[in-house]
Design a protein around this ligand. Structure first.
Ligand code: NAD
Length: 405
């Protein structure tokens, strides 16, 4: 029988609870050894997940250090805000714990390298939650580009349409609107897109340039009649960025709102609208994140790539166009067309699964890959840290070389 891995989940927020729910369905493979979460409401949410799955409650600690003073799990999933990743990863690796880290791995290239080097030195697994690599649509895109059937990749154009609801929630009103406290938009949102590009191109970047900036969500663009809060704004009904519409009328993007014990989601929505960060006018958020950015990169093997990230889209989606010496590959996020320069095109349709929960099974797949790597030293994770951080290096270089417009 395969060895059962003792695993801790560090950070029981949006991502951590997703991983916890999936791990709770794998009792033949893992035992939940602990949850590390300083926020009592989140800790209660984590305990409820275990109870619902019929598992014994796991000890909850307020910090990694406290956990390590009490127990030594074999593995841990780090799903905390990225500013904490480096410290927590180094601490866990020092104590012999294998780690799976949410993206971005860390906020500087040096921190990423230090984690990778320590994992290698200590003979431990360090995997990265670049979940798109495990998504069936993206896995097919990468394999079609690299299997040689259409020749060699010469260029990639990739677009990330963030979607205005996600954008306003996360990158304007939410914590990622302040890159100095979290990480730059490109690194936080697009490092796994850049990872897909490097998987397609199969080479290191030699040249990286970027243009972009924050053009629209600025105080000078605020309509004259607008109030500081959507709930008291006279022009709210005609505003595409209304928090009242998003959270109260449509009840979307509320998963991270934690009602106080005994309280309802509705009252938490009302509290956010009245006094929370998510009730603010998008033009009164003092945010600093870019709202569109283009990166161009030239690779050591001669391929070129462009990545365009944009907040101003109705839907969130990704699309990709790859040119190869023997044909083209076009992907619209659901359907991939492989078009040889001569001959018939092949069509691969993922529209029925592309937007399924848990990244269409990819969240589960990254966990399985990690668990297998912890059990079997011969097994190399698809998203091992040594290779995954090239994407971070490119994003960090792009921001360093950003021409602001
Ligand atoms: N792979 C993806 O598709 C994807 C999607 C969203 C976010 N992310 C990344 O996942 C990470 C977590 O994001 P999130 O959306 O889950 O954030 P979140 O804020 O919902 O969750 C983070 C949790 O960490 C907890 N925490 C804070 N300090 C802690 C500490 N010292 N020890 C333990 N826990 C602590 C917080 O209380 C919170 O519950 C980020 O790095 C983010 O960029 C990845």
């Amino acid at each position: 029988m395969a060895q059962i891995v003792d695993i801790a989940v560090i950070g029981a927020g949006n991502r951590g609870c997703k991983y916890l729910s999936l791990l709770a369905q794998m009792p033949c493979h893992v035992r939940i050894a602990a949850v590390v979460e300083p926020n009592p409401r989140r800790a209660a949410k984590a305990s409820a997940i275990l109870v619902e799955a019929g598992l014994p409650d796991a000890p909850v600690f307020a910090s990694c250090s406290e956990m390590m003073q009490n127990i030594s799990p074999q593995a841990a999933v780090i799903a905390t805000p990225e500013q904490l990743h480096h410290k927590q990863a180094m601490e866990l690796l020092d104590k012999g714990v294998n780690i799976l880290i949410e993206k971005p791995v860390a906020v500087t290239e040096e921190q990423c390298r230090e984690i990778a080097e320590k994992a290698a030195r200590n003979g431990l697994v360090a995997g990265v939650c670049h979940v798109l690599r495990y998504h069936p649509y993206f896995a097919k895109l990468c394999s079609l580009a690299t299997d040689g059937s259409l020749g060699e990749v010469v260029s990639v154009s990739h677009r990330i349409s963030v979607g205005i609801d996600r954008a306003c929630h996360t990158f304007v009103r939410g914590p990622w609107g302040k890159p100095a406290l979290t990480s730059p938009m490109l690194l936080s949102k697009c490092c796994h897109d850049m990872d897909i590009i490097t998987a397609i191109v199969q080479s290191r970047a030699a040249v990286v340039r970027s243009v972009g900036g924050r053009c629209f969500f600025r105080s000078e663009n605020r309509p004259a009649a607008a109030a500081d809060r959507c709930v008291s704004c006279p022009v709210e009904r005609n505003c595409s960025f209304s928090a009242v519409d998003l959270y109260r009328r449509r009840r979307e993007w509320t998963a991270g709102f934690d009602p106080a014990p005994g309280d309802t989601l509705e009252s938490e929505v009302n509290r956010q609208l009245a006094e929370g960060e998510y009730g603010r006018c998008v033009f009164a958020c003092d945010n600093e994140a870019v709202d569109r950015q283009v990166v161009i990169a030239g690779f050591e093997n001669g391929a070129v790539a462009s990545l365009t990230m944009n907040l101003f889209t109705a839907e969130d989606n990704r699309d990709t166009h790859i040119c190869l010496t023997g044909g083209e590959i076009r992907g619209n996020g659901e359907i991939i067309e492989a078009v040889p320069l001569r001959g018939d095109k092949a069509i691969y349709d993922y529209s029925d699964i592309a937007s399924k929960p848990y990244h269409a099974g990819a969240d589960n797949a990254v966990l399985e890959d990690f668990i297998e790597a912890v059990r079997n030293p011969e097994h190399k994770m698809l998203t091992n840290i040594a290779e995954s951080i090239e994407s971070h290096r490119i994003c960090i270089l792009a921001d360093r070389n950003l021409d602001e417009v």
